[in-house]
Design a protein around this ligand. Structure first.
Ligand SMILES: Nc1ncnc2c1ncn2[C@@H]1O[C@H](COP(=O)(O)OP(=O)(O)OP(=O)(O)O)[C@@H](O)[C@H]1O
Ligand SMILES: [Mg+2]
Length: 454
């Protein structure tokens, strides 16, 4: 791409000379006769470099420089000053000019300055690109999805992120609950504060209280020094209470108090400490059941679930599967890998009990084990339970429901359908099912299938 240069100079002959020289040097040049016109053209052509005269009637070079730097800090500006006005040049450099040339200047000196500036600009752009790529790669907060179910989740996240409301995120294991929690935090006003996570089911019951609220030295055997709890660590940020459904009943009133009073009392401590923490919680349990059975206090539940977010299981948003496959290939540095249509169909039909986590793990394995960049049915792991000897289209003949299905029921349905398709002619139906006629008759009797009366 030819670099674009904008020249701003009220001196017509000088402007023409500049324009001509830089065009000869192979640049795409636009010229303006005043600061005002220059800014207008700047918006139109977005040049990589602006060369502006300092002394102009109306808007002068300094104003032009400041204006451009405000709009686009990356754009380089070279200023032209009269011989002997070094202080103006210095002032301009302080305001962000990249370099200056003094009048009168020769053609080669100008070209050198311009070349150097544009090379610098290229390097800077490249550097920015590399940096943003790095950020992309380390950005684990990207939530992929375009299904209606996920769009709803995104909309809620956007709405609640900047509020202080507690959010309860529920969904099966591996649906992305923690990802959503992190995304809420990073879109909130607390994004500069800490994001602290604690898994309520992973910490032994008797340690959980001090993990959450902290303790003072000597509060119990083994408390050899003061320890701050997760609440204090999350000060000014967000605390993510994972697997909240497993919070022991005896701790629930304590948590409720912290949330209501916005203060925390370390175990054995001197008294409550004020807190500024936003709480997000997640659960993969059926909270209705926990509430009904009395394992979870209703008052705490309503405190936590001011805004509930339900993450649908992957099998209920199959539209997202191709997108996620693509995303994880890219995330693991293999964007060139493609799935052929039968493989894609099989993966889309699979029930994904482990949800997105299972899908990501599978992609990682596939990428390591693959023989080529085109993934086919044969590459898919056996343990996905995908039937490979499938019909010519490649997709599975049957689509079993995720919750399981009785084989006997399935067999009965297959027999009835074969009979119906063959006008209840048993010989034809047996041939269709590729079994002997007596086997078919045995099945008809076994399942008590009533033949239509003739
Ligand atoms: N929509 C998504 N887009 C991209 N990655 C996702 C998505 N959903 C989940 N993941 C990835 O899947 C993995 C599991 O997600 P996460 O830990 O958030 O699930 P979870 O619901 O908290 O699971 P668990 O209940 O087992 O703790 C993570 O590596 C996460 O980055
Ligand atoms: Mg989790």
């Amino acid at each position: 791409m030819t670099p674009k240069i904008l020249i701003i100079d009220d001196d017509t002959s000088l402007r023409r000379v500049l324009e001509y020289n830089l065009q000869q040097a192979g640049y795409e040049v636009t010229a303006a006769a005043s600061g005002e016109e220059g800014l207008r053209l700047f918006a139109e052509v977005s040049p990589a470099l602006v060369i502006t005269d300092m002394k102009m009637p109306g808007m002068d070079g300094m104003q032009v420089l400041k204006n451009i730097k405000e709009r686009s800090a990356e754009t380089l500006v070279i200023i032209i000053t009269a011989f002997g006005s070094v202080d103006i040049a210095v002032e301009a450099m302080k305001a962000g000019a990249y370099d200056y040339v003094t009048k009168p200047f020769n053609r080669d000196a100008l070209k050198l300055t311009v070349d150097k500036a544009l090379q610098f600009s290229r390097l800077a752009t490249e550097n920015r690109r590399l940096q943003s790529e790095l950020i992309d790669r380390s950005d684990f907060r990207t939530i992929v999805g375009s299904s209606p179910g996920m769009e709803k989740v995104f909309a809620t996240v956007r709405k609640v992120a900047d509020s202080e409301a507690s959010v309860l995120i529920s969904g099966e294991s591996g649906t992305g609950k923690e990802l959503v929690a992190r995304s809420i935090h990073s879109q909130s006003g607390r994004r500069k504060g800490p994001f602290v996570a604690i898994n309520c089911s992973a910490i032994p019951r008797d340690l959980l209280e001090s993990e959450l609220f902290g303790h003072v030295k000597g509060a119990f055997t083994g408390a050899i020094r003061d320890k701050s709890g997760k609440f204090q660590q999350a000060e000014g940020g967000t605390l993510f209470l994972d697997e909240i459904g497993d919070l022991p009943l005896e701790l629930q009133p304590k948590l409720l108090r912290v949330l209501q009073e916005r203060e925390v009392e370390p175990v054995g401590g001197p008294g409550p400490l004020k807190l500024d923490v936003r709480v997000l919680a997640a659960t993969n349990l059926d909270m209705d059941q926990a509430l009904a059975s009395g394992n979870f206090r209703e008052d705490l539940y309503y405190r936590l679930a001011v805004i509930p977010i339900l993450l649908p299981p992957l099998r209920e948003r199959r539209d997202d599967i191709p997108l996620l496959l693509r995303y994880f290939c890219t995330k693991h540095g293999c964007q060139q890998v493609v799935f052929d249509a039968p493989a894609l169909a099989a993966l889309s039909a699979y029930s994904w009990p482990g949800n997105v986590r299972e899908l990501e793990n599978m992609v990682e394995r596939l990428l390591i084990m693959r023989n080529s960049d085109a993934i086919t049915l044969a590459d898919l792991p056996e343990n996905l339970g995908i039937r490979k000897q499938s019909s010519s289209a490649g997709a599975s003949v049957i689509n079993l429901p995720a919750e399981g299905y009785s084989l006997e029921q399935l067999e009965r349905e297959v027999v009835v359908e074969a009979l119906e398709r063959n006008a209840w002619n048993q010989t034809a139906a047996a041939r269709f099912l590729r079994i002997p006629r007596h086997t078919l008759i045995y099945r008809i009797e076994k399942y008590g299938i009533a033949l239509p009366s003739r």
